[in-house]
Design a protein around this ligand. Structure first.
Ligand SMILES: [Mg+2]
Length: 319
């Protein structure tokens, strides 16, 4: 029974605001009996305090209360710019036509005239749940779409879109906290030859395997990787200076060259070249320009590593 109740009542806690002890207690009793999670406030001011410090997607409020009326509470909720919708039900003994209009204009979603029968209240709460569940579903869809749009489908690393969006933010953070930031550009050596000799499917396997090895050899939740395009990858290393970045680049170079990648029982020897660039923050630097500069320098170092014979690392410190 309790399982069934949990499955049909998602977690939408209700905040009740009413200065009348009896009416507030009755409402609280009825809602708790129905299995709802409830918090109570004796006036609008207490209600907005509870509202801003907790999670209350549903608010049932009286109109006339000391300190702050139900309509003022509703306006304060609408202006609080929470990242989720709040379904506001006004529970009042005022029943004039103008009253309903005034309340609706203040932003309430439902108007119930006291005393309200429990069945009627249940129906209105079911509507609130439909709206809130719809909002949750939309948010999930949006998040899925955002992830798809910022993920490389082959390697599951971030893509170029995410890199272009996020790198300036990393630079900004480094400047704000006065911390170094490094990036490493890497490129699989002679990748075209791998594709030509073993086929594009094997080439894809090499890319996936390379991405996985890179990921396994950087700090979890701190460093992040993006596929820049083709066989080029960018690694972002927050709080890391050029010495630290070169240690990482050399380790990755050895890891990649050290073990051939096995595809369909064939061992494919793979090497990669790495170019690192790092900067120490100065407050007069524009974050977007600095991000471009870092990428450009790392790319030049990568080019130097290629020119120097491949399967090696080059690095440079800016400013
Ligand atoms: Mg009252």
């Amino acid at each position: 029974m309790s399982e069934r109740r949990a499955s049909c009542k998602p977690d939408f806690p209700i905040l009740i605001a009413d200065d009348n002890d009896l009416q507030r207690n009755v409402l609280e009793y009825v809602l708790r009996k129905e299995g709802h999670e409830v918090a109570v406030a004796r006036d609008g001011r207490q209600a907005i305090e509870l509202f801003t410090s907790g999670y209350f997607p549903i608010v049932i409020t009286d109109w006339m209360m000391p300190h702050m009326t139900g309509l003022e509470l509703c306006r304060a909720i609408r202006e609080s710019h929470q990242d989720q919708f709040t379904y506001v039900i006004l529970h009042s003994s005022r029943d004039g036509r103008d009253d309903v209009q005034t309340a609706m204009q203040a932003g309430i979603d439902e108007y119930l005239i006291k005393p309200v029968a429990p069945e009627k209240l249940s129906l209105r709460l079911a509507t609130a749940h439909r709206v809130l569940k719809l909002e949750q579903a939309l948010k999930r869809k949006l998040e899925e779409a955002r992830q798809l749009a910022t993920t490389d489908s082959l390697t599951r690393l971030y893509n170029r879109v995410f890199l272009d969006e996020r790198l300036p933010l990393e630079v900004k953070r480094a400047i704000r906290y006065d911390r170094p930031l490094s990036i490493i550009f890497s490129d699989i050596d002679h990748f075209k030859t791998i594709n030509d000799s073993y086929g594009h499917q094997a080439g894809d396997e090499v890319l996936k395997n390379f991405a996985r090895r890179m990921k396994e050899n950087v700090r979890d939740e701190v460093d992040w990787l993006a596929r820049y395009g083709g066989e080029e990858f960018v690694l972002i290393l927050p709080e890391t200076d050029i010495d630290g970045a070169m240690i990482v680049a050399n380790r990755l170079q050895r890891v990649v060259a050290g073990t051939p990648i096995s595809v369909d029982n064939r061992e494919i020897g793979v090497t990669a070249s790495f170019g690192a660039a790092s900067f120490s923050p100065r407050s007069d630097i524009d974050a977007a320009t600095m991000a471009m500069e870092l990428l450009g320098r790392a790319d030049r170092c990568l080019y130097a590593a290629k020119e120097g014979g491949r399967n090696r690392c080059e690095g440079e410190r800016l400013n």
